[in-house]
Design a protein around this ligand. Structure first.
Ligand code: G3P
Ligand code: MG
Length: 338
């Protein structure tokens, strides 16, 4: 779908204006669109005093399914067509590294069943396994969980005593933290092979460990924020340090990492025919969204419909502006820029 965008230059920066919308706690809470979301998207899709269609991307630490599948669901929830080319989720950036692991075994974590395996294969990883495959191979790896019938149907059979994993990618939030922490501790301590002899120095033949979402908490439809992938990372590192005396080195993607904001700017420039816009994120989480925007020198409008609660005091990272919801955020940005 060709996107016709009116690149009206901001009166402040001279660069075209673009929005980068966070999803959880801004547009969506749980499975439902927030009331302000549809109005905000209508305004930037041309329903504004200037009749301008303002370009935007969705930049989320969510994931667990393919970009196409998530955009299909978001288009229904938000009532507007969301194109995968304008959608960046936690693990989208892994498309840029998959080629390095195209022909080696990798372990992927997160999401339901083998959905993330299929996402990884779509990125170019060709030998992809998950922790349910390992439990199906040898139930004594973690005797406290019995595979459900659906889980059994999703597994890929292999003899893992003959497989040495080159890398572990936590695509999305793990569903069984205990099983997943047990397996990644086994893989790393044995230099890649589940059940192999523990290496005295597991740094000698390092298994690459990559997380895609630093969020300690995020906002779903429960009244209080929920634990995110950042909490899983901390739980793993705490257990690993108790076992080995040290944390394990890892790569981190997702907001607020600069890698993810640079990737988002590349996506925006592609959509704006090489022009780098003046980007306005409208997010809900100071620790990830505002910290990342500040480091990327984006302006930002912190909304009060998600993680951040103004009754708990000032945000831990200072936004350009605060707004009750995403409509007020969009209106403020358009007033500022035109
Ligand atoms: O798992 C998703 C959560 O960590 C936050 O998503 O859209 O608020 O970046 P989002
Ligand atoms: Mg959010």
């Amino acid at each position: 779908m060709r996107l016709i965008i009116f690149l009206k230059a901001s009166s402040n920066t001279g660069r075209p204006l673009a929005f980068a919308f966070d999803i959880d706690g801004v547009l969506i809470r749980g499975g439902e669109a927030l009331p302000a979301a549809k109005e905000a998207l209508s305004i930037i899709n041309g329903n504004n005093a200037l009749g301008l269609k303002i370009p935007y991307i969705l930049l989320t630490n969510g994931g667990g399914v393919s970009e196409v599948e998530r955009c299909r669901k978001l288009s229904i929830q938000l009532g507007v067509q969301i194109d995968p080319a304008q959608y960046i989720q936690a693990h989208t950036i892994l498309k840029t590294v998959a080629h390095k692991y195209a022909d080696v075994p990798v372990l992927v974590l997160g999401g339901k069943g083998d959905t993330v395996r299929k996402v990884a294969e779509g990125y170019g990883f060709n030998e992809v396994y998950n922790t349910l495959d390992i439990l199906a191979w040898n139930p004594s790896v973690w005797p406290l969980h019995t595979l459900t019938q659906d889980e059994h149907l999703s597994v890929k059979s292999a003899d893992f005593s003959q497989i040495s994993f080159a890398a572990i990618f936590v695509f999305h939030d793990p569903r069984n933290w205990a099983l997943d922490i047990q397996v990644i501790c086994d893989v790393i301590q044995s230099g890649g092979i589940v059940g192999g002899p523990y290496l005295s120095d597991h740094g000698r033949s390092p298994v690459d460990l990559v997380f895609c979402n630093p969020d300690l908490i995020w906002r779903s439809d429960f009244e209080r924020p929920r634990l995110g992938q950042g909490a899983f990372k901390d739980a793993f590192q705490t257990v690993f340090k108790s076992l080995t005396g040290s944390n394990y080195p890892h790569v981190l993607y997702g907001k607020p990492t600069m890698a993810t904001y640079s990737f988002a700017e590349m996506v925006l420039k592609d959509r704006l025919r090489g022009q780098l816009p003046s980007v306005f994120p409208a997010p809900d989480n100071p620790e990830s969204d505002i910290a990342g925007a500040n480091a990327a020198q984006w302006k930002s409008i912190l909304v009060h419909t998600g993680v951040y609660n103004p009754q708990q005091g000032p945000p831990s990272h200072q936004p350009t502006h605060e707004a009750e919801d995403v409509v007020q955020a969009v209106r403020w940005a358009l007033d500022q820029e035109f």
